[in-house]
Design a protein around this ligand. Structure first.
Ligand code: HDE
Length: 698
């Protein structure tokens, strides 16, 4: 028999052929690696072989177990909203809704309830980029004292379709095309616009989808909406309709489209990183929570149907009452266990909150529970730590199934039972008073596959949205339509979309036709002619967000010989206002400043372009500038900051680089070292006035 060269008198890592010198060993049960069944592992570097150079043995259960577990690491990704990032935090009620709801989460002022919030894009796969033009999911799981409440919303208050039966068609149309498997995470392609053109009910949502809302600057800067109409039920079981709203403290802010495209290459994880880093450094994002409340009579008086998810209730008609706040203050410990395995269910509602008959919501009530079975593989997914109702006990007579983690005691696995009479545990019982009750909505009609007349107006709200936008936002919306339709290869599809747009607003349709260099067709036949509603300025985002450095990032590009005092002064001012500063240098080790000191870089120029910052400063020495003028990444740093409407601070020595990049003087281009405010003021916002000089908008 061949002898192995193992010498038991030597430490394991000193053994020949042990595979690397750096691995560490352990000798106590607390620190050593074990198999999944607890057997201590002596060697995690080498598989068991028949001889030094021989084949691996089937008997190596340590190897087999490790490889087999690895082979099964993935679970199916979400069919939609696959790409997501999440955080833990709390919700605090500031104003009681006692009059309308008996849910403790909506009546106990000052109580902090744990939440887990997952943001997502919709169309792309789990590994897709963070910045496509797409709707963002905004799903909040409140671990309330009366069971989990999952408010599974989006950052847009309306939806593409009215009836759940169209959801698979919509999703098939927007995802990668069936034969070619592309494009990934992009709506700019034939099948999506083909479906949209044929579904006039999607027109209102299309206005939102083509607005700047779908290219957010940060997940910390998106609004959230429950979208569907829900009900609240008070102690007397009286119902009130409710719409839910989240409003970010940092304001709703977006990128420029060209910027979003470039960020996709520079940092595909832009939003995930931004959220993680902000929370990591204690800069906790916060949202206000608000409700729109209306009685049946108020709902009946509206000129649209609140059961139709393609419509919104303008704030000017029904104001938003702010009743609480949410703060996200803890990153997940483990992405898979928490973010990936989290399962949100619109059916998770505490007593006092109820659904409406919105046919989109009704379909969702089935879909989410069903989808968890294929994603998480077992009816016991509610026992996973992230999904478990931790605000209260959960107990019933449901038993067994795959991956059952509870060890039930006793014989009581049915109800009613009288085991208590024999001194045994009888288990929990129903609670007619404190339990969940459904609104007693009268139902007395024929079964039909029809939509009500009140759902037939597909254009008034689209017009309301478009006409409520600022001039800049209207131009972005028209340009987004031109961009997307320019990627559509089927001419008749472009024409059909334009025919629908004519029903929204003739000037919009004309701008799109001009942008495509195509003739404007006749308007498509509308089931109901659009009517003019009072514009709702609350629907804008430009000009509404706070001008602040809080939550914003400033990149300072430096070279050898740069003026360190100027860099420090700028950094101190920006950080003093709550902004983040990152030093960008040609080499990651940093630069040698004018005074001979070293300044470390946070990012190397090629990998840290200006697209990832909200404002930039360029502080160079004369030699440094001469060198960087030959570096495309440096020229792009200035050029893109200018094109993306960012403030640019510079010192005199850096001016030639700006000239080479085509940076033209305006209020956002500031020589540093003069008045501090001169740079800080434009750095707190975007230079919208510059846009007509840098971009041809539709
Ligand atoms: Fe979803 N949706 N959805 N959806 N949705 C899913 O559930 C579905 C809709 C939303 O971070 C899936 O667990 C149907 C509207 C978010 O995990 C699935 C219909 C709104 C998330 C599903 C809709 C949403 C999902 C896929 C039409 C805004 C991510 C994985 C009737 C109010 C939640 C999963 C998370 C996820 C079905 C329409 C929001 C397939 C059938 C409207 C934020 O069950």
């Amino acid at each position: 028999m061949a002898r192995t060269p193992r010498d038991d008198t030597k430490a394991p890592d000193a053994q020949p052929g042990n595979g690397g010198e750096l691995h560490q060993t352990a000798s106590t049960p607390e620190t050593r690696i074990t198999t999944n069944h607890g057997a201590p592992v002596s060697d995690n570097q080498n598989s068991l072989k028949a001889g030094l150079r021989g084949p691996t043995l089937l008997e190596d259960f340590v190897l087999r177990e490790k490889i087999q577990h690895f082979d099964h690491e993935r679970i199916p990704e979400r069919i939609v909203h696959a790409r997501g990032s999440a955080a833990h935090g709390f919700f605090e009620l500031t104003d009681s809704l006692e009059e309308f709801s008996r849910a403790k989460i909506l009546t106990e002022v000052g109580v902090k309830t744990e939440v887990f919030t997952r943001f997502s894009t919709v169309a792309g796969g789990a590994g897709s980029i963070d910045t496509p033009r797409d709707v963002r999911g905004f799903a909040v799981k409140f671990y309330t004292k009366e069971g989990n409440w999952d408010l599974v919303g989006n950052n847009i208050p309306v939806f593409f379709i009215q009836d759940a039966i169209k959801f698979p068609d919509l999703v098939h149309a927007v995802k990668m095309e069936a034969d070619r498997g592309y494009p990934q995470a992009a709506s700019a392609h034939d099948t999506f616009w083909d479906f949209i053109g044929l579904m006039p009910e999607s027109t209102h949502m299309i206005m939102w989808a083509m607005s700047d809302r779908t290219i957010p600057r940060s997940l910390r800067m998106i609004e959230g909406f429950g979208v569907n109409t829900f009900r609240l039920l008070n102690d007397d079981d009286e119902p009130t309709f409710v719409k839910f709203h989240w409003r970010p403290k940092l304001g709703t802010q977006s990128t420029c489209w060209d910027e979003a495209v470039k960020i996709a290459g520079a940092d595909p994880d832009y939003h995930r990183r931004d959220l993680f880093e902000a929370i990591d450094k204690g800069d906790f994002p916060e949202w206000e929570f608000g409700v729109q409340l209306l009685s049946q009579e108020e709902a009946d008086a509206l000129p649209f149907d609140i059961l139709d998810a393609t419509k919104l209730i303008p704030e000017e008609l029904v104001p938003i009452r702010v009743i609480g706040r949410m703060v996200l203050n803890r990153n997940p410990d483990n992405f898979f266990a928490e973010t990936e395995q989290s399962a949100f269910l619109p059916t998770n509602m505490p007593p006092g909150i109820d659904v409406s008959e919105d046919p989109l919501l009704q379909g969702r009530l089935f879909s989410y529970q069903d989808t968890q079975l294929s994603r998480l593989g077992t009816v016991n997914f509610h026992q996973l730590p992230i999904n478990k109702a931790k605000g209260c006990p959960f107990q019933n007579f449901q038993r067994d199934g795959h991956m059952q983690t509870q060890v039930f005691k006793g014989r009581a696995n049915y109800e009613p039972n009288s085991l208590a009479e024999a001194g045994e545990a009888g288990g929990p019982r129903e609670d007619p008073v404190g339990g969940f009750r459904t609104t007693a909505v009268p139902v007395e009609e024929h079964k039909v596959r029809l939509r009500p007349e009140s759902f037939a107006d597909h254009y008034s709200h689209a017009r309301l949205f478009f006409r409520s936008q600022s001039e800049i936002e209207q131009a972005h919306l028209a340009s987004a339509l031109v961009f997307e339709l320019s990627k559509v290869t089927l001419e008749h599809v472009r024409t059909r979309v334009m025919a629908n747009l004519l029903n929204v607003d003739e000037t919009l349709a004309q701008r799109v036709a001009d942008g495509l260099a195509m003739p404007l067709p006749k308007a498509s036949a509308a089931a109901v002619e659009a009517s003019d509603m009072e514009p709702s300025p609350a629907l804008r985002i430009v000009g509404k967000y706070p001008e602040t450095l809080k939550g914003r990032a400033v990149g300072i590009l430096v070279s050898d010989g740069a003026d360190g005092a100027l860099v420090t002064a700028l950094k101190t001012s920006v950080e003093g206002e709550g902004g983040t500063v990152k030093i960008v240098a040609p080499k990651i080790g940093g630069v040698k400043l004018k005074d001979g000191k070293m300044l470390k870089a946070d990012g190397q120029l090629a990998g840290t372009p200006s697209v990832i910052f909200d404002a930039v400063a360029i502080i160079l020495s004369e030699d440094g500038c001469a060198m960087l003028m030959k570096e495309g990444a440096a020229v792009d740093f200035a050029k893109h900051a200018f094109g993306h409407l960012k403030a640019i601070g510079y010192n005199a020595e850096a001016k030639p680089l700006l000239d080479k990049a085509g940076v033209e003087p305006d209020d956002g281009i500031v020589e540093l070292g003069k008045e501090k405010e001169a740079f800080l003021a434009p750095a707190r916002t975007r230079q919208w006035a510059r846009e007509p000089n840098v971009r041809m908008l539709a």
